[in-house]
Design a protein around this ligand. Sequence first.
Ligand code: SF4
Ligand code: FES
Length: 335
Amino acid sequence: MAKVTIDNIEIEVPDGTTILQAARMIGERSKADAYVVPPAMCYHSKLKTSGGYCRTCIVKVTKGSEKDPRPMPKPVASCRTNVMDGMVVENTVNPELIDARNGVVEFLLINHPLDCPICDQAGECHLQDLSYENGKEASRYQFERRTFEPIDIGETIKLHMTRCILCYRCVKVAEQITDGRVHGVINRGDVSEISTYITEAIENDFSGNMIDVCPVGALTDRTFRFASRVWFTNPLDAHRNCDKCSGKAVVWMKGAEVLRVTGRKDMWGEVEEFICNSCRFEKKSSSDWTIEGPRKIDRHSVISQGHYTNKLQQKLLTIAAPNDPGIEPFNFNER
Ligand code: SF4
Ligand code: FES
């Protein structure tokens, strides 16, 4: 076990834990302390070898360990640096570190378009949150930006390369949970881009999970595009018997219509269990699902706002599962 102190909060964690995971353990122990958790755009707890690409999770190590107390000379990526016993880490309490992170965000935004008003990811975009918390009001960039035409990569996924921050999460999904990877990052440096092998379409049972792990709106669900702003939909936990995946999902409803289906995400906005494409793209009727109840979305207050009063919850359940004897019907004449 190793004792680590992050922003003056101490925690004991198993050896081999990264600084980011230790910070998340502090946040999970007490939500009031979750502010110490660095943002993470490329690390994803369910994807092996993720992390180390975006640098948004940088922290300052002011004491290396009990044995070797020397500070680390530069900020380190917390998702890729293991804790040592006696380590002291600064995140929110270090103004220089915050300034460095602001610089990282400025770099990420260099080529990112101000698409939020028309982007399907708006309201649940990690880059939107990040730039709100760590961004500058205006860009200092004066050169021409990279632009790409949106392309369909398969029947169900649209790629907006202009929005991509090259976090590699979709590549890890393709590598680790689909049968055959047909896309990746081609070229290097400022001409890198996500691409499929010439004219290949992404079509396999779990490819839709790329949409869920994409932290920005670069990969969007073609069956949901422009159907609704996400904050006008009501997320409900639901499950079905599925022979390919756990069948545990979130159905996003507007009235009695299921507008989209996604995986369930944890308090850090990362998918808990990957779902198959049949559940995601083909089961768009409320009768396909057993509704469990409203989904509590911790991370995105814009979605959670006002959806969870008891009356609204009951109304949603009545609409979603009108014949379920376990659900007390909502009186629609009641206001
Ligand atoms: S498309 Fe999305 S998930 Fe893939 S590398 Fe770009 S930002 Fe990351
Ligand atoms: S989350 Fe650590 S480098 Fe991206």
